[in-house]
Design a protein around this ligand. Sequence first.
Ligand code: IMP
Length: 428
Amino acid sequence: MLNDTTLAVVGCQWGDEGKGKISDFLAGQVDVVVRYNGGPNAGHTIVVENETFKLHHLPCGVLYPGKINILGNGMVLDALTLEDELAGLKRRGIIVQKLFISDRAHLILPYHRRQDSLEEEKRGSAKIGTTLRGIGPAYQDKIARRGIRAGELRDAQRLKEKIAAFLSEKNELFARYYSAETMTMPEIEEGYLPAAYRLLPYIADTALLLAGHLERGEKVLFEGAQGAMLDIDYGTYPYVTSSGTMTGSVCSGAGIPPGKVGTILGVGKAYTTRVGAGPFPTEIEGKTAEYIRERGREFGTTTGRPRRIGWLDGVALRQACRLNGVQHLALTLFDVLGGVGSIKIATAYRCRDGSVTEHFPADQHILEEITPIYREFAGWDEDISRCGNINDLPRAALDYIKGVEETAGAPVSLLSVGPRRDQTIWRL
Ligand code: IMP
């Protein structure tokens, strides 16, 4: 799989597909690991020799000695949580040395977090269920051209003036529109900026660095965050995150030309989960959902919320594979389905007017009214979490994999049967 110099790992569902585990599994074979979108809304759970790590900003390369780790320009960074993340790793004996932060990445400021909460409160029953990390407001400010970029930390005086001006606008918004408390400059100057200044040694023109690594033929892994169905354009809008989550964003979010994206690996769970609100056509409730939630430890890594559970949505997965240009699929949490009974994959949707579609509708109102059309598969009861070889899997499991491939239109080349690195099976 790593014949190409670069490999992009992208989520093909609503996030939480296990990209962290798969990226970590592959990171051993590369020199550089790059995050290119999102921020601390991501929660990548990685198990190394029975120790569990939860990363939010940092690429999984930090768990290997000597790897170069880049936070790309497409990201939004919260200096306080990033510092906490680094400190948490240090306490566990991991000193992150080769870390580079793009001078063009945007900062999440304390007023963005406040705005995220106020926006959610105001939405009432239509709330998105964001992670409340300030992600949406930070990207809003980026697009509105009133964001603060990491490189601006180099000029403290100018930065202070800029933040003060933006803060007075935010305070107008908080006080007048939301009737909420305002924020003071000392809260930002004393409570946030010192942590941000401590990031200065890491700040660089990371696109330039990356160009050098690629020129020298070094291997690079682009570690995606969130998933295709949370993409700002092709996700279940408006119940999405505020960045592009697909392969196209590797170029804009890391600063490389399209021709430099080599192998594209999509990651999908053997079933589907979603946190937050919004359409979820194959959602199930009751005993089966609870069984899967418990076995799959389906609670949000960032927020601890119980994840919503559903059957594999083949319509969504097919769209994700097509839009991302997925060449290989990694099917994760496969062991969780053992003992669940018969298993379903949605292959099409029946719309309210009786028509059938195999494509994911753009309109949230249509989506809310569709009924999935399922293909049913026999289940298996065997514990497959110790299987080290594809031929050790029960017949029913192999049939299910074939069904996933036929629905998604991409080959399942990697199979994850547990959280540890050694619970991963190649199928090339
Ligand atoms: P935001 O990204 O915090 O604005 O949240 C927008 C939506 O994306 C919410 O439904 C979140 O639960 C979801 N979301 C954001 N990041 C992740 C992730 O890494 N995994 C799963 N869901 C996510």
